[in-house]
Write a protein that binds this ligand. Structure first.
Ligand SMILES: [Zn+2]
Length: 407
């Protein structure tokens, strides 16, 4: 039944006229604060080539603090009618340019980090400390406000994930956060005690209803060809009410702070894009699509099926299951095209533009993508008829065969 419905929807999507042709957003991972990996001429040459193959509407570039590069690239992009957005990290990786207070878990420890090829360390900062929020806006004002940016793409707008084990998601527990959770009716000492008393079962989930805020998996459904792929709308329904309340408050606190950063930058006339975890995992890292979409011009859920690194959907889900192996209710999830559809369905209702993020980069053993994979992902994304797609995460290194697959 489900297959027939999907087929009918696909045919409908193919035959219907697009009001506007979808456009692509590409990302240029320029380098860390102190070092640009590419020159302006290299970036311009690459975008020139790519935009001759596919329609590029926006370029997300950052976050090396080198104004000259952005000014030169910006002049080129604007001459082509392409917008330039600053790629700006919010709650991690800002240590090089400002002094932030780090996030701690409910035991007061710094959650563990993950290094991808020794280049991408993730230290997370407290989402509640007003100084941290002000610092992010200050980075834009100080380093980038006179570079010709049309907008800002906010990355790292979350807590640590299960990359840091249970400690990663049971954060932040600093004194400022304690007060904010208390204001939401959540006592962090009680949350910690509940976890210590119940262990993995603190994270037990059950099938919820479509009205729940932290819901909805029918884990044992025996759908014909894809038993695990059912209604993964916006996450799982946690059985333990203390756990459910904690994550509900965490969504409000983390996403509320992201909203404050976004609003400040919007007040400077900037377009705002947001980098989000896939809907089924987002609540664990404090991302509430409903709150966030109110502060964004567009959202980019990272729907990476073949990235075995942070934010990869299968990677993060495996870490969850390894972190709490005895928690019940979590089904095996195959990173299939049907699962991709479930996440595309889940992001559909929100009132901003939607550009799902798909990986087009390749890295042996970590991101084993192929032209066929890129083509399949894109077909499913486009069938949902959003505004376009974000090609992640570094157009400078994406294989030409993957870009050609997008034609
Ligand atoms: Zn905190």
């Amino acid at each position: 039944m489900k297959k027939i419905l999907c087929l009918a929807l696909s045919i409908l999507a193919l035959t219907a006229c697009h009001k506007e042709r979808p456009s692509y957003i590409v990302q240029v991972s320029l380098g860390s604060w102190n070092h640009a990996d590419y020159t302006a001429a290299q970036v311009i040459s690459r975008i020139d080539t790519v935009s001759s193959i596919i329609p590029v509407g926006k370029v997300i570039i950052g976050w090396t603090a080198d104004k000259a590069i952005y000014r030169e690239v910006g002049d080129y992009l604007h001459s082509k009618g392409i917008k330039m957005l600053l790629w700006l990290p919010v709650f991690a990786e800002t240590e090089g340019v400002c002094d932030n207070s780090p996030a701690v878990d409910l035991w007061g420890r710094t959650p563990a980090n993950y290094d991808l090829a020794a280049g991408e360390g993730f230290r997370f900062n407290c989402p509640s400390d007003p100084r941290n929020v002000a610092n992010v806006v200050g980075i834009y004002d100080r380093l980038f406000s006179d570079c010709g940016f049309d907008g800002v793409f906010l990355d790292r707008i979350r807590s640590q994930s299960f990359v840091g084990g249970v400690s990663g998601v049971l954060s932040c527990g600093c004194p400022i956060c304690r007060e904010r959770y208390a204001a939401e009716g959540v006592d962090l000492d009680a949350v910690r005690a509940a976890y210590e008393a119940s262990g993995d079962s603190f994270f037990d989930v059950t099938a919820g209803s479509a009205d729940d805020s932290f819901f909805d998996v029918t884990a044992d459904s025996a759908d014909d060809a894809s038993p695990a792929v059912t209604a993964y709308e916006r996450g799982f329904h946690l059985s333990n009410p203390i756990a459910a309340d904690f994550f509900r408050a965490k969504e409000k606190i983390v996403s509320g702070s992201v909203g404050a950063v976004a609003d400040s930058l919007r007040g400077r006339g900037l377009e705002i894009g947001l980098d989000l975890y896939a809907p089924f995992m987002a609540p664990f890292v404090g991302q509430d699509y409903e709150i966030l979409s109110e502060h964004a011009d567009f959202i980019k859920p990272m729907l990476y099926r073949k990235t075995f690194a942070p934010a990869g959907m299968g990677f993060e889900y495996d870490l969850l299951r390894k972190a709490v192996p005895d928690a019940s209710g979590y089904p095996a999830i195959e990173m299939s095209a049907e699962f991709l559809d479930s996440q595309l369905d889940a992001m559909a209702p929100y009132p901003c533009e939607k550009y799902p993020g798909i990986e087009i980069n390749y890295r042996k053993g970590i991101v084993p993508t192929s032209p066929e994979y890129v083509r399949e992902s894109l077909e499913h994304v486009m069938a949902h008829r959003f505004q376009g797609a974000v090609l992640s995460w570094n157009i400078m290194e994406a294989p030409d065969s993957h870009i050609a697959a997008l034609r």
